[in-house]
Each structure stands twice: as C-alpha cells, then as structure tokens.
Ligand binder design. Structure first.
Ligand code: PAN
Ligand code: ZN
Length: 184
C-alpha cells in the first residue's frame, strides 16, 4: 500500500521512457520482409539495419480492461526503393480500442486505414497529437532525414493484429515522388 510522497517511479523526458519493467524491442530490416513494395531493393539492403526500436511501459497484464500502456518509438530515416522506413502497422485485435500518438521529434506521417480500406495520413512532428479512432489500422513512416520519435498510449486490452496487415497490406503506400511524400 502506497503512502506519503515519493519520487516519480517513471521518467518520460522529452524522448526517453525508462523505469522498472519498461520493455524494449527492435525491428531490423530483416524483420520487415514483405512490408515494403520494392522487394528487390529490400533484398539488396543489409538486413541488420535497424529500422525502429520501441520502449513500452505495460503495467497491467495484457488483456486487462481499463488499464493503459504507453510507449515511445524511434524510427530511423531511410527508404526501401522509394518507400520510407515505416513501422509494420496493425489494427488493434480488439477493434474498439483507440490510441493516442504524439510527435516528439523528427518528421513523419501517420498512415491510417479503416476497415473499408480508405487510407489517409497526418503529418507528424514535434508536438503533434493524433487520435486513432476505433477500427483504424495505423503505421508511421519517417519522411525526414533525422530519427523520428513519437510516443503512444493505448489500452491494455487492445492487442495487436499484425496478421491482417501482413495478409492484405494498406491500400496505399507512402512513396517519395519528386522529393515529396505522396500516398499512392
Ligand atoms: C505503438 C506501435 C509501435 C511500433 O506502440 O506498436 O509504434 O509499431 P508496430 O507495432 O506497428 O510495429 C502502437 O501502436 N501500439 O498499439
Ligand atoms: Zn496501436
């Protein structure tokens, strides 16, 4: 039972999430097979290249209704062919679960797709805040030349459905065309 005044157990400075039980994971290009359209360019790249890393704070066991998680993602700049480095992307397994993303540093785009496969995107940068509605798949692309840092908070019973995106993909891709990001 907690009592009195303590120091904060967790730290979320501008771009670091740390503390007890903060989990760390990373995705290298080799973990992102079939994610990018240009498989030939992907084949030619070093599979050890770090694409992104995530620190997350998950206090309640996964599946607990009513609890919240938070995480911070560091997405490296780069392209596979014309396509920006991006996260795998997912629907929440529990489709009703929503999420907040907010931009910390760098430049990117939050790509969203509803269940009718309508796709849209929101520019991300320092201080941008994004609400991801129910039943909307989400992925982030780094469109800049610096690392893109963004934080997220989602319900502990959301779960991640990566399979649907692995099977069906997003209906549009974010490519660099004439030096600018375009949803194609
Ligand atoms: C985020 C993402 C994180 C990595 O915490 O999990 O940015 O992206 P992928 O999970 O698509 O690889 C989130 O959306 N949690 O629900
Ligand atoms: Zn999510």
């Amino acid at each position: 039972m907690k009592q009195g005044i303590t120091d904060t157990p967790f730290y979320f400075t501008s771009d670091v999430l740390k503390g007890d039980n903060v989990k760390y994971s990373e995705r290298r290009l080799g973990d992102l097979k079939s994610v990018f359209a240009d498989e030939e360019s992907w084949e030619a790249m070093d599979k050890d290249t770090l694409a992104y890393k995530v620190s997350s704070l998950e206090i309640a066991p996964q599946g607990t209704p009513g609890d919240l998680y938070m995480g911070i993602t560091y997405l490296y700049p780069g392209k596979v062919g014309k396509e920006y480095f991006m996260t795998k992307g997912h629907f929440h397994h529990n489709r009703e679960c929503t999420e907040f993303y907010w931009g910390v540093s760098g430049e990117g785009m939050l790509i969203l797709m509803d269940e009718d496969r309508n796709v849209w995107a929101e520019r991300m940068g320092p201080g941008t805040l994004h609400y991801i509605p129910p039943r909307v798949a989400h992925r982030v692309a780094n469109t800049g030349s610096e690392i893109l840092v963004f934080a997220a908070s989602w319900p502990s019973n959301a779960g991640h459905d990566y399979e649907t995106i692995a099977r069906e993909g997003f209906a549009k891709r974010l490519l660099e065309i004439n030096g600018k990001p375009e949803l194609v």
